[in-house]
Design a protein around this ligand. Structure first.
Ligand code: 5GP
Ligand code: ZN
Length: 110
Protein backbone atom coordinates (compact mmCIF):
# COMPACT_ATOMS: atom_id res chain seq x y z
CA UNK A 1 0.00 0.00 0.00
CA UNK A 2 1.49 3.30 -1.10
CA UNK A 3 0.58 6.06 1.34
CA UNK A 4 2.46 8.74 -0.56
CA UNK A 5 0.31 11.85 -1.02
CA UNK A 6 2.05 12.89 -4.24
CA UNK A 7 1.61 9.42 -5.77
CA UNK A 8 -2.09 9.70 -4.91
CA UNK A 9 -2.29 13.13 -6.58
CA UNK A 10 -0.38 11.75 -9.59
CA UNK A 11 -2.91 8.91 -9.85
CA UNK A 12 -5.96 11.15 -9.33
CA UNK A 13 -6.89 9.45 -6.03
CA UNK A 14 -6.51 12.83 -4.31
CA UNK A 15 -7.87 15.58 -6.57
CA UNK A 16 -5.52 18.45 -7.37
CA UNK A 17 -5.49 20.63 -10.47
CA UNK A 18 -2.48 19.78 -12.63
CA UNK A 19 -1.28 23.04 -14.15
CA UNK A 20 1.21 21.17 -16.32
CA UNK A 21 1.76 17.48 -16.97
CA UNK A 22 3.89 15.39 -19.26
CA UNK A 23 5.20 11.84 -19.16
CA UNK A 24 7.79 12.65 -16.49
CA UNK A 25 6.51 15.42 -14.20
CA UNK A 26 3.45 17.39 -13.17
CA UNK A 27 2.94 20.80 -11.55
CA UNK A 28 0.37 21.66 -8.86
CA UNK A 29 -0.20 24.59 -6.49
CA UNK A 30 1.14 24.06 -2.99
CA UNK A 31 -1.77 23.67 -0.57
CA UNK A 32 -0.05 26.00 1.95
CA UNK A 33 1.59 28.68 -0.20
CA UNK A 34 4.71 30.31 1.28
CA UNK A 35 4.70 33.08 -1.38
CA UNK A 36 2.13 34.75 -3.65
CA UNK A 37 2.66 31.90 -6.09
CA UNK A 38 3.95 28.58 -4.79
CA UNK A 39 4.04 25.58 -7.10
CA UNK A 40 5.36 22.05 -6.77
CA UNK A 41 6.94 20.29 -9.74
CA UNK A 42 6.74 16.59 -8.95
CA UNK A 43 8.44 13.78 -10.85
CA UNK A 44 5.95 11.00 -11.60
CA UNK A 45 8.39 8.32 -10.48
CA UNK A 46 8.37 7.98 -6.70
CA UNK A 47 11.75 8.38 -5.04
CA UNK A 48 12.48 10.10 -1.76
CA UNK A 49 15.79 11.87 -2.05
CA UNK A 50 18.43 13.11 -4.47
CA UNK A 51 20.70 10.45 -2.99
CA UNK A 52 18.37 7.74 -4.32
CA UNK A 53 18.43 8.85 -7.94
CA UNK A 54 19.20 6.47 -10.75
CA UNK A 55 21.04 7.67 -13.86
CA UNK A 56 17.63 7.95 -15.55
CA UNK A 57 16.33 10.07 -12.62
CA UNK A 58 19.35 12.34 -13.01
CA UNK A 59 18.52 12.87 -16.66
CA UNK A 60 14.82 13.36 -15.84
CA UNK A 61 15.62 15.96 -13.16
CA UNK A 62 17.84 17.85 -15.56
CA UNK A 63 15.02 17.91 -18.10
CA UNK A 64 12.57 18.96 -15.34
CA UNK A 65 14.72 21.95 -14.38
CA UNK A 66 14.99 22.97 -18.02
CA UNK A 67 11.18 23.01 -18.30
CA UNK A 68 10.74 25.54 -15.49
CA UNK A 69 11.81 28.65 -17.46
CA UNK A 70 9.52 27.66 -20.32
CA UNK A 71 6.57 27.30 -17.89
CA UNK A 72 7.40 30.36 -15.76
CA UNK A 73 5.63 33.07 -17.83
CA UNK A 74 2.37 31.10 -17.80
CA UNK A 75 2.59 30.73 -14.03
CA UNK A 76 2.99 34.45 -13.30
CA UNK A 77 6.72 34.10 -12.68
CA UNK A 78 8.03 36.38 -15.42
CA UNK A 79 9.93 38.52 -12.88
CA UNK A 80 11.84 35.58 -11.40
CA UNK A 81 11.33 32.75 -8.97
CA UNK A 82 13.08 30.65 -6.37
CA UNK A 83 13.58 26.88 -6.58
CA UNK A 84 13.91 24.80 -3.42
CA UNK A 85 14.35 21.04 -2.98
CA UNK A 86 14.14 20.15 0.69
CA UNK A 87 16.16 17.10 1.69
CA UNK A 88 15.63 15.41 5.04
CA UNK A 89 14.59 16.47 8.50
CA UNK A 90 16.91 19.46 8.96
CA UNK A 91 15.46 20.99 5.79
CA UNK A 92 11.93 20.36 7.04
CA UNK A 93 11.04 17.87 4.32
CA UNK A 94 7.56 16.58 5.06
CA UNK A 95 6.63 14.66 1.90
CA UNK A 96 9.16 11.98 1.02
CA UNK A 97 8.54 11.96 -2.72
CA UNK A 98 11.08 14.23 -4.38
CA UNK A 99 9.60 17.56 -5.46
CA UNK A 100 10.75 20.99 -6.54
CA UNK A 101 9.22 24.05 -4.87
CA UNK A 102 8.85 27.02 -7.23
CA UNK A 103 8.07 30.30 -5.47
CA UNK A 104 7.50 33.77 -6.85
CA UNK A 105 4.97 36.38 -7.92
CA UNK A 106 6.42 38.89 -5.50
CA UNK A 107 9.78 40.00 -4.03
CA UNK A 108 10.89 37.09 -1.88
CA UNK A 109 12.69 37.62 1.45
CA UNK A 110 16.44 37.10 1.16
P1 5GP B 1 8.38 19.57 1.79
O1 5GP B 1 8.16 20.17 3.16
O2 5GP B 1 8.36 18.07 1.85
O3 5GP B 1 9.57 20.11 1.05
O4 5GP B 1 7.14 20.07 0.94
C1 5GP B 1 5.91 19.44 0.94
C2 5GP B 1 4.91 20.45 0.46
O5 5GP B 1 3.73 19.78 0.05
C3 5GP B 1 4.49 21.47 1.55
O6 5GP B 1 4.81 22.79 1.11
C4 5GP B 1 2.98 21.24 1.68
O7 5GP B 1 2.26 22.45 1.87
C5 5GP B 1 2.63 20.56 0.37
N1 5GP B 1 1.50 19.64 0.45
C6 5GP B 1 1.31 18.69 1.39
N2 5GP B 1 0.17 18.02 1.14
C7 5GP B 1 -0.35 18.56 0.02
C8 5GP B 1 -1.54 18.27 -0.74
O8 5GP B 1 -2.33 17.38 -0.42
N3 5GP B 1 -1.74 19.01 -1.86
C9 5GP B 1 -0.88 20.00 -2.24
N4 5GP B 1 -1.18 20.68 -3.35
N5 5GP B 1 0.25 20.29 -1.55
C10 5GP B 1 0.49 19.58 -0.44
ZN1 ZN C 1 5.18 9.09 -4.12
Amino acid sequence: MNDCIFCKIRDGIIPSEKLYEDEEVFVIRDIEPKAKYHYLMIPKRHFKLLSEMTKEDEAMLSRALAKIPTLAPGLGLENGYRIIINQGDDAGQTVFHLHIHILGGEKLPV
